[in-house]
Each structure stands twice: as C-alpha cells, then as structure tokens.
Write a protein that binds this ligand. Structure first.
Ligand code: HEM
Length: 491
C-alpha cells in the first residue's frame, strides 16, 4: 500500500519502528492483545504498527474508541479486504466481507429482523415469554442431566464439549428449526472447529498482511479453508432441505424467513437495493457461525470463574435461592432482580476479554482522529482487552471482583457496566448482542440453580487465554459437579 501524503498541520499516528519487510510482525507473534496494550502505553490511544509493509491503526482507550466507532462511526465502519476473509461464507459474509455500503446495510437489517422473530420477539405459540427462552431453558435442562450422567461415569470431566453442543442447538433451533444429540458426529465435528477458525480469523494473522506468505505452504491456512468449506456445506444442505419443504404460509425459522424474502423481493418494487438470493440466504451462515462459538466460550469462562471462586459462586446461588427459590426455573424476566449475578457476568466479560479485538475495521474515507491523519482504507484493530484492563478505568484490573459493578446499595451500576467492551460499538457492533447476553444469563442461572461447580483438587488448571478471535483457556478435564438439591426431581 502506497503511503499517502499527510495534509499540512496533521501528523501520522506514532508507533514502533519495526523491521524492513516484516514490520512489527515478530513482536506481534504471541499474544498481540498484550503486546499492543503495552505499546499503547508508550505511543498512545491512536497508534500505528506495521504488519509486513502494511500500516495498521490500533485503537485503545474507551474515549478514543467511542470517538472513532460511534461519533465518527461512518468513517470507521468498513472492513479490510483480507485474503483469509474470502474463504468465509464463500466471500459473502455479512461480518467479514469488505462491503459496508447499501448492500451490507440492507443485509444487516434483514438479518436483525429475521433473527428477532425467532428469538426475542414475544411468542404467541410458546408458553415461555419468547422462543429464545423456550430453547435455552430446554437445552440448559438437558445439559444439567448430561453433566450429572457424565460426572457419575467419569468423576471429573471437560465441560466444554457439552456446552458447545447445547449452545449450537439454540442457534440451530432459531435458524434451522432443528436440534442435535450430544453424540451427533456431524455437529460435533463442526462445532469443535471454532479454534481452527479463530486462529486465522483473529486480528493480525501474518498471511493476511504479507503477500509472500500466501504462496508458502501453511497447515493453519489449509485447515482454515477446510473448516470453512465444511461449514458452508453443512449449512447449504440444510438450506436445500428448507427449499424443498418451503411453505410461505408456514414460516418455520430464520432460513424460511430468508427464503420467503427472496421470493417476495421479486414481486416488490419498492426496494431500492436489490439483494441477490445468494446474499440473502448466506446471512444464515453468519448468524449460525457467530451464534455458537461466542456464547459457548462465554459460558465456559463463566463456569470456570464460578469453580475458581467458590465464594462468588455461593453468592450467586444465594441470590438465586432468595429471588427465584427452588420451585421454579429462572426466566428472562428475572434479569434485573439478580444484580450480583449480572455483575458476575459483566466481570466474566471484562476479566476474560475473550474477544480481545473486534473483527478488524477499516476506514471508509480519509479522516482525522485525535489530531492524527488516517488515510482511506486503513486497517484498524480495536483493542477491547486494553479497555477492559485499563488502570485508568478499573481499580486492580487483574482481580476478579463482581462487586466492582455494584453500587454501595447493592444495585447494578449502569455506568460501570457500559465501560466493558465485548460486543464492539457503533455501526458494526454485534447484531446478536441481546440474544448473546440473554442466553448467557439463562444458561448460567439455570445451571447454577441446580448444580455446584468445582475443580478436582491437585489437578493443574491453566486459565491463560490462548490468543484467537475468541480466546479460550487450555483444555481442562478437572471439572466436578454436585447436585445442589439431591433427590429433588427436575422441574
Ligand atoms: C459481530 C461479539 C454473539 C452475530 C460481533 C463483533 C463482536 C461480537 C466483538 C464485532 C464487532 C465489530 O467488528 O466492531 C459477540 C459476543 C457474543 C456474540 C461477545 C456473545 C457472547 C453473537 C450472536 C450472534 C452474533 C449470538 C447471532 C446470532 C454477529 C454478527 C456480527 C457480529 C452477524 C457482524 C456484524 C457486522 O459486521 O455488521 N460480535 N457476539 N453475535 N456478531 Fe456477535
């Protein structure tokens, strides 16, 4: 990329010098979120690094990120055209493809409305308040039973393989009207690919920035292509099945809603943006893909913190016992009445910062931020981890303390909560945020109402996050569970 001249009176953002050809790629090889946080202390909230010969803008600091993504939202709403993103959803991804114009806007709106009808909108046909509540309650119940069975047999185990299937079942129910057994090999193969996907899709994968690396054999990249291919085939097969049984009088799920939209658009003339059928149908790839790994990773951190901090777990369970009791299951309407549990979830997001960067952004036009000149099409990394661990914002940021989100009167502090960055901000902020937050609340409260989580004493547990699009702790097979009220039949 040619460096554009900087207009008079403005400067380019500061940053480390780096090596010729490689730029700062060697420094960024391991834990880029930590390296870039350290560098931001020296160079400031608006900093430029180079990956290969490509300049990358790195944003830190809550105020600066709000300024860029919200106040100057139009300027920073683009996505960079990175080679690896071409493999995601056949290059048609709503989240990763470089489009941020009218077509992206129309697709995002469509995705939001199709998703809403099958998740958080009030449901006339369901006894729950909405379909999301129905799906999550059901899956969380299955999970309790599954955990008890596995514990009985194994005495200690890895929770994550079960979590990911349950969470995938919720998004499958909404998108495809389908659920899978925990032993289903096809689904298991698919949902266990989250790590391979996240390794390449994370911010700063060298092959995206250094062209010569694309011509060298790379196992990671081959696996990434394969993961995307298998994922697309899986979705394509389900979409085909939906086409053959489609009935416009009976829209069953998000996929049907999207097929219906394809058929409708050909008769409606008021649309000023024409979306191809492919662009409409591929929306479901994004929703399904974004909907399981994120929420499953959040639950996995939540249960790890509960097990590591027994006194915190006890406070959540006391709150659940007092507010909900033992005779009924938690419901979404209980949110707001469980401030400690909500504070725990916020602290899980903050402390783990398991999405250390948003998906990379890019500038849609030349702009100025905090007095620095940023050319059009600059790739931008947004460091959420830095904000969540910023000593200017948080007292003792490395401590896990849900109380930091509570007022002295024990209420949840909105202002403190809004300082946590997990879903991005502005025009590109996560479109599944409400669904994600509600799912996490209902899964965690249902599990913690019935079960006590601990780690087998003496077994090594390493919760250092492994860098990726979503960061996980190292595989942990030391979880143990106990039924809190043995002998009580499941509600
Ligand atoms: C984008 C976080 C759950 C769908 C994003 C982004 C983040 C994020 C950080 C990128 C924002 C940016 O680039 O500035 C999370 C977290 C979740 C979660 C932490 C759960 C704990 C979900 C769910 C869905 C979803 C359940 C859908 C059902 C999407 C989509 C985008 C996105 C489609 C792309 C938006 C765009 O580019 O316009 N999410 N997400 N996410 N998320 Fe989520």
């Amino acid at each position: 990329q040619q460096q554009q001249p900087v207009p008079e009176g403005l400067r380019r953002p500061p940053g480390p010098r780096g090596y010729p050809v490689l730029g700062n790629v060697l420094e960024l090889r391991k834990d880029p979120h930590l390296v870039l946080t350290r560098l931001s202390r020296r160079y400031g909230d608006v900093m430029e690094v180079r990956i290969g010969s490509r300049p990358v803008l790195v944003l830190s600091g809550l105020d600066t990120i709000r300024q860029a993504l919200v106040k100057q939202g139009e300027d920073f709403m683009g996505r960079p055209d990175l080679p690896s993103f071409h493999y995601i959803s056949n290059g048609q991804s709503l989240a990763f493809s470089p489009d941020s114009g009218e077509v992206w806007r129309a697709r995002r709106k469509l995705a939001q409305s199709a998703l809403k009808s099958f998740s958080i909108a009030p449901s006339p046909t369901s006894s729950s308040s909405c379909l999301l509540e129905e799906h999550v309650s059901k899956e969380a119940e299955y999970l309790v039973t599954k955990f008890l069975q596995v514990m009985e047999k194994e005495k200690k185990f890895d929770l994550n393989q079960y979590l990911v299937v349950s969470v995938a079942n919720v998004i499958c129910a909404m998108c495809f009207g389908k659920r899978y057994e925990h032993e289903d090999q096809e689904l298991l193969r698919l949902v266990n690919m989250g790590n391979e996907f996240g390794e390449v899709a994370a911010s700063g994968h060298p092959a995206d920035f250094i062209p010569v690396l694309r011509y060298l054999p790379s196992r990671t990249m081959e696996v990434f292509k394969d993961v995307n291919r298998r994922f697309n085939l899986f979705v394509q097969k389900i979409v085909q099945e939906h086409y053959s049984s489609f009935d416009k009088e009976h829209i069953r799920d998000v996929t049907d809603a999207l097929i219906g939209h394809c058929q409708e658009k050909s008769v409606r003339e008021d649309n000023h943006v024409q979306l191809s059928d492919e662009k409409i149908i591929h929306i479901v790839n994004d929703l399904f893909g974004a909907g399981f790994d994120t929420v499953a990773t959040a639950l996995s951190w939540g249960l790890m913190y509960a097990a590591l901090y027994p006194e915190v777990q006890k406070k959540i369970q006391e709150e659940l016992d007092q507010t909900i009791g033992r005779e009924r299951r938690p419901r979404l309407s209980d949110r707001g009445m469980l401030p400690y549990t909500e504070a725990f979830i916020l602290e899980m997001f903050r402390h783990s910062s398991f999405l250390p960067f948003t998906i990379p952004h890019s500038t849609t036009k030349a702009t100025v931020l905090n007095g620095y000149y940023i050319p059009k099409d600059t790739c931008v990394f947004v460091n959420q981890w830095q904000v969540n661990h910023d000593e200017m914002l948080w007292k003792d940021p490395s401590a896990f303390r849900p109380e930091r989100f509570l007022t002295p009167g024990g209420e949840l502090s909105r202002t403190e909560g809004e300082k946590v960055l997990a879903f991005g901000l502005g025009k590109r902020r996560c479109l599944g945020e409400t669904i994600g937050r509600w799912e996490i609340f209902l899964f965690l409260t249902t599990l913690l109402q019935e079960l006590h989580f601990s780690l087998r004493p003496g077994e090594p547990v390493d919760i250092t996050p492994q860098f990726g699009l979503t960061m996980k702790y190292k595989k942990c097979e030391a979880f143990q569970i106990q039924q809190r009220f043995p002998g009580k039949s499941s509600l």
